[in-house]
Design a protein around this ligand. Structure first.
Ligand SMILES: C[S@@+](CC[C@H](N)C(=O)[O-])C[C@H]1O[C@@H](n2cnc3c(N)ncnc32)[C@H](O)[C@@H]1O
Length: 243
C-alpha cells in the first residue's frame, strides 16, 4: 500500500484554494456536494456545536450553521481555511490535522468530515480524536470515496492524470486509501463508537458529462436504495456511548 503524502496534499490544497469553489459552484458540483452534505446533515442531531474535520472552504460549515447549530472547522491547508473564513465569518476555523485535534475532551455535540477520510495517514487516530472531543452521546458522520470494484482503478487514473499533467482539483497521486464496509466498521468500533451504520451514496459523479449526469442523478435514489453496490461514496454514522 502506498504512503499517504500529507505534505503534497497540503501544498495541493494551498495551491488550488482559489479555484476549489468554482468546481462546486457549477450546477453539477453543487448537486453533488448538496447530495453528500444532505446525507451527513441528516445523520447529525439538530442544534449543538459541530466540528468539521477537513472543512476546506467551509461548504459544510456554512450549510450546518444555516440549518442547525454552531460549527468549528479544522483543515491542514492555510489557504482553504482563509477561504472558509470569508465564507463563514461567524465561525471559527483552525489550522491543524484531524489526527491531532487541538480541542478539549467532550467539547462537541457532533463531528463531520466530507471527502477527507481517504487522505488520512492514520484514520484510526482521527477517529480516536473525534471520539475524545465528542460529548458522551455525541454523533459522528463521515462521507468519502469507498473501496469497491468501481473505485479500484482510481489510484491508477490519478497517477496517469498527474503524469500527463491533467489540471483537476482532486486528481493527483496522493497515495489515498479507500475502505470498504467491514474496514470502516472495524475502525469505528476500535475507536469506541456504537450504533454504527454504513451506507453507500452517490451515483451521479461531478465529472460526468451533462446528459449522463442528469440521467445518473435521476437514477440515484433507486441505486442507493436497491443497488448500493453501484454507489461510490461510503457514509458512516455512529455515536459515542453515553457512559
Ligand atoms: C476534497 S477537500 C474537501 C473539503 C470539504 N470537506 C468539502 O466538503 O468541500 C479535502 C480537504 O481535506 C483537507 N485535509 C486533507 N488531509 C487532512 C488532514 N489530515 N487533516 C485535516 N484536513 C485534511 C484538505 O486540506 C482539503 O481541504
Amino acid at each position: 500500500m502506498s504512503e499517504v503524502k500529507v505534505e503534497k496534499i497540503r501544498q495541493h490544497y494551498d495551491a488550488i484554494a482559489g479555484i476549489y469553489d468554482i468546481h462546486y459552484d457549477r450546477p453539477r458540483g453543487r448537486c453533488y456536494h448538496t447530495h453528500i452534505s444532505t446525507h451527513v446533515m441528516d445523520a447529525l442531531p439538530k442544534g449543538g456545536r459541530l466540528l468539521d474535520i477537513g472543512c476546506g472552504t467551509g461548504l459544510f460549515v456554512e450549510k450546518y450553521v444555516k440549518k442547525s447549530g454552531t460549527a468549528v472547522g479544522i483543515d491542514i491547508s492555510r489557504n482553504m481555511i482563509k477561504k472558509a473564513r470569508v465564507r463563514c465569518p461567524g465561525s471559527p476555523f483552525t489550522l491543524g490535522t484531524g489526527e491531532g485535534l487541538p480541542f478539549r475532551d467532550n467539547s462537541f455535540d457532533a463531528v463531520s468530515s466530507l471527502l477527507v477520510f481517504t487522505y488520512l495517514k492514520d484514520p484510526q487516530e482521527m477517529l480516536a480524536e473525534a471520539h475524545r472531543v465528542l460529548k458522551p452521546g455525541g454523533s459522528i458522520s463521515i462521507c468519502t470515496l469507498g473501496k469497491k470494484l468501481l473505485t479500484s482503478g482510481i489510484p491508477a487514473i490519478y497517477q496517469i492524470s498527474e503524469k500527463i499533467r491533467v489540471s483537476h482539483v482532486v486528481m493527483k497521486d496522493f497515495g489515498e486509501r479507500y475502505y470498504d464496509e467491514d474496514e470502516m466498521y472495524r475502525m469505528f468500533t476500535g475507536a469506541g463508537f456504537c450504533d454504527i451504520s454504513v451506507r453507500w451514496c452517490s451515483f451521479a459523479h461531478i465529472d460526468m458529462i451533462d446528459p449522463l449526469f442528469s440521467l445518473a442523478q435521476r437514477m440515484e435514489p433507486f441505486i442507493e436504495r436497491r443497488i448500493p453496490q453501484l454507489a461510490y461514496n461510503i457514509c458512516v454514522d455512529a455515536r459515542k456511548p453515553r457512559n
